[in-house]
Design a protein around this ligand. Structure first.
Ligand code: FAD
Ligand code: A2P
Length: 312
C-alpha cells in the first residue's frame, strides 16, 4: 500500500458573474481546430475579459457559462451552458485577460423526428464573429483544478474530444512552472483530423523527456484484438510508460470528456490492481466479478481523492 500524498486545492472565487448578473465581453478569436476533412467542427474561441472581475480569476479546469440570446420553445430565455477554460490561469496573453475555450458544434439528426438538430449554444458560440460580444458567467467548478504546488505531482490526463480543453491550460501552467515531474496527455478522438492542439502537444513530447502525448484514434487505429482503441487501453498498450507512473504516490489522474468515460478507466485500473484511484461505495475490490455491467460499475465505484472527473 502506498503512503497517501497530501495535497490541497487552491481557494477559488466562484460565480463572480452569475446568470442574473452576467458580464458582456468581446470575442477576439474564433478559429477551427480540427484539420483536413474532419466531419466535426470544433473551434478555439477566445474572450477578452480585460477590466472585468474575471481578469486572472479563471483556472484551467474551471468553466465559464455562456448565455445564448433568444428563447427556448417554451418562450423562456435559453439556459446557460458551461464550457471549460482551455487556458492557463494567466490566460493566453500571460496576464489573465484573454481566456479561451474549445467548442464542438452539436450537429445531428433529431432522435425523434429525424430532422436536423442543432445544439443551441454550441452553434451560437461557434458562429460568433470576432468583435461580437457574448454574455458570460463564472467561473464555476472548485475541484477539477490543479492542486497547490502543482509541480510536485505527476499527472495522467485522460481526455476525449473537447475534454482536452482543461488539459491544454493545465499543461501550459505546469510547463510555465518548469515541472520536472511526469505529465501525460492521453487523448481519444475518432479521426486523426480531430487531434486537437496536436502541434502543441507533439512539440512538448519531442522536447520534454517528462512529457508524453499518447493518442487513441478510435476509427482509424485498431487494437490487436480487433477492437477500437479508447483512452483506457493506453494503460495496457503503453504499460511500460504509464504503469511506473501510476505506482508513484504523487500521481494524480484527471478525466475529462464523454459522459461515462471514467468507467472504462476504473475497470482498467482494477484489472491492474491500482485501487488507490477509486473508492467503492459499498464493499471492496474483492467483490468485483467478471459479469459486472457498466451500470454496476457506475453505481459501485467513485473516484478517490487522487482522481478528478469532469464528464458531460
Ligand atoms: P442543446 O441545445 O443544449 O442540445 C443538447 C441537448 O439536446 C442534450 O440535452 C441532449 O439530450 C439533446 N440532444 C442532443 N442530440 C440530440 C439529437 N440528435 N436529437 C435530439 N435531442 C438531442 N462542450 C464543449 O463543446 N466544450 C467544452 O469545453 C465543454 N465543457 C463543459 C464543461 C462542463 C462542466 C459541462 C457540464 C459541459 C461542458 N460542455 C462542453 C457541454 C456544453 O455545456 C453543452 O452541453 C454542449 O455544447 C451542447 O449544448 P448546445 O446548447 O449546443 O446543445
Ligand atoms: P468512437 O466514437 O469511435 O466509438 P468525440 O467527442 O470527438 O466524438 O470523441 C470521443 C472519442 O471517445 C471517440 O474516439 C470515441 O470513439 C471515444 N469513446 C467512445 N466511447 C468511449 C468510452 N466509453 N470510453 C472512452 N472513449 C470512448
Amino acid at each position: 500500500m502506498q503512503d497517501t500524498i497530501l495535497f490541497s486545492l487552491p481557494e477559488t472565487e466562484l460565480n463572480i458573474y452569475s446568470k442574473k448578473n452576467p458580464v458582456e465581453v468581446p470575442v477576439i478569436e474564433n478559429k477551427i481546430v480540427t484539420t483536413g476533412r474532419s466531419p466535426n467542427f470544433i473551434r478555439h474561441i477566445t474572450f477578452d475579459v480585460t477590466g472585468t472581475g474575471l481578469e486572472g480569476k479563471v483556472r484551467a479546469g474551471q468553466s465559464i457559462g455562456i448565455l445564448p440570446p433568444g428563447v427556448d420553445i417554451k418562450g423562456k430565455p435559453h439556459q446557460l451552458r458551461l464550457y471549460s477554460s482551455a487556458s492557463p490561469v494567466f490566460g493566453e496573453d500571460g496576464e489573465g485577460k484573454h481566456y479561451s475555450t474549445t467548442v464542438k458544434r452539436l450537429i445531428d439528426e433529431n432522435w425523434e423526428t429525424g430532422e436536423l438538430f442543432l445544439g443551441v449554444c454550441s452553434n451560437y458560440l461557434s458562429s460568433v464573429r470576432t468583435g461580437n460580444k457574448v454574455n458570460i458567467t463564472g467561473p464555476s467548478g472548485k475541484r477539477f483544478i490543479l492542486p497547490e504546488h502543482p509541480e510536485a505531482f505527476n499527472y495522467l490526463f485522460f481526455a476525449t474530444g473537447t475534454g482536452i480543453a482543461p488539459f491544454r491550460g493545465m499543461t501550459k501552467e505546469l510547463m510555465a512552472r518548469k515541472t520536472t515531474n511526469s505529465v501525460n496527455i492521453i487523448f481519444g478522438c475518432p479521426y486523426r483530423t480531430d487531434l486537437l492542439y496536436a502541434d502543441y502537444f507533439q512539440k512538448l513530447d519531442r522536447e520534454m523527456s517528462n512529457f508524453n502525448y499518447l493518442v487513441s484514434v478510435s476509427r482509424e487505429q485498431i487494437r490487436r484484438d480487433g477492437s477500437r482503441p479508447y483512452v483506457q487501453h493506453q494503460l495496457i498498450d503503453n504499460r511500460e510508460i504509464l504503469q511506473p507512473i501510476l505506482h508513484q504516490p504523487n500521481t494524480l489522474i484527471y478525466v475529462c470528456g464523454l459522459k461515462g468515460m471514467e468507467t472504462g478507466i476504473f475497470k482498467t485500473l482494477h484489472r491492474l490492481g491500482m485501487h488507490e484511484y477509486m473508492n467503492f461505495r459499498k464493499g471492496s475490490a474483492e467483490d468485483v466479478t467478471a459479469d459486472w455491467t457498466d451500470d454496476h460499475w457506475k453505481k459501485a465505484v467513485k473516484p478517490s481523492e487522487r482522481m478528478f472527473v469532469e464528464t458531460y
